[in-house]
Design a protein around this ligand. Structure first.
Ligand SMILES: [Zn+2]
Length: 312
């Protein structure tokens, strides 16, 4: 049940920025998004999050029903950070929901940022109105989430939907962020495609430059983008044959690189999926960089509603 009159302070903690905004009960942003640099260690991040949340609450004249936080890292059901990227040292082990709830006195929900994006895409974006969705975000890393029968799948430890560490099937010895070699992420992420481009052309270019070059017909750029699209399309096809989704949604910076990427992705999805899965639409994410804020707020509203129903 959505209650538009609810007001949520939403935060999105990334490796470089912490974004915050007021969001209503339907996931619509009700204030400009404020962004600060992410402090370099755990205590500093918690302090910054609490300061941002207080500032946002004050901007709403204190009329805030809950706090919703999206963050990088693996988050358990109680809102604790159980594992985190190297970008956020000292982040793993934090009882973030409890810290923020104690400081602000408002119910606090914490979830992984790609899980939050999936909640938002399901409620308001490319998976709207559909029961089952596989949602991935391809940028500097590769994140994923599953919506099953209308609900975000959390899993036992909060890892559900993770696609980064599937075997790529390639054997170039590329090191994954998790420490293993030849996982999917170091091939299909933005840095992965930059590496592919460097291998083909000898040039150390950013993804945007490679995307620009592909529009000028640079054969190496076209191949680097297409190879990332092919590999992701094939992996999503195999996952979809297991999950049987209504839709596959692909977002993140890499999804904006244009047609060579998308046609390779969609073609390889259809070619590698079970016959019943091949027609499943593979769509671009509809919501932009504010999606984790909207999703964190919607998750906070859902937790509030569940608590109220329990109390009845
Ligand atoms: Zn890995």
């Amino acid at each position: 049940m959505t209650r538009p009159e609810r007001m949520i302070v939403a935060l999105d903690i990334g490796g470089t920025k912490i974004a915050s905004a007021l969001v209503d009960g339907t996931g619509v942003l009700r204030s400009p998004v404020s962004r600060i640099s992410t402090p370099r260690e755990g205590d500093g991040i918690v302090r910054a999050v609490i300061e941002q949340a207080i500032a946002a609450r004050d901007a709403a004249d204190g009329r805030v029903d809950a706090i919703g936080i999206a963050t990088a890292g693996v988050i358990d059901r109680r809102g604790r950070v159980v594992a985190a990227t190297d970008l956020l040292p000292g982040w793993a082990g934090r009882d973030l929901a409890d810290d923020v709830q104690s400081a602000l006195g408002a119910p606090t929900t914490v979830l992984n940022d790609v899980h939050a994006t999936a909640v938002a895409e399901h409620a308001l974006g490319s998976a709207r109105g559909l029961e089952n969705a596989l949602i991935v975000a391809v940028g500097t890393g590769l994140g994923g989430a599953i919506v099953s029968q209308g609900r975000l799948l959390h899993g036992r430890s909060g890892l559900a939907g993770t696609v980064a560490h599937l075997p790529s099937g390639l054997h170039e010895g590329r090191r994954c962020a998790c420490g293993e070699i030849d996982h999917l992420e170091p091939y299909v992420s933005g840095p992965g495609m930059q590496l592919t481009y460097r291998g083909l052309s000898g040039r150390d270019w950013k993804l945007e430059q490679i995307a620009d070059a592909s529009r000028q017909g640079d054969a190496f750029a076209l191949e680097a983008l297409a190879s990332g699209g092919r590999l992701l399309g094939r992996s999503l096809a195999h996952l979809s044959t297991t999950l049987d989704p209504d839709v596959v949604v692909v977002g993140g910076g890499v999804a904006g690189t244009g047609d060579p990427y998308w046609s390779a992705l969609r073609r390889n999805f259809a070619e590698n999926a079970h016959d019943l899965i091949a027609p499943v639409p593979v769509r671009a994410a509809a919501l932009g960089t504010d999606a984790p804020l909207a999703g964190a707020a919607l998750a906070a509203v859902e937790a509030l509603t569940a608590r109220e129903e329990e109390g009845r």
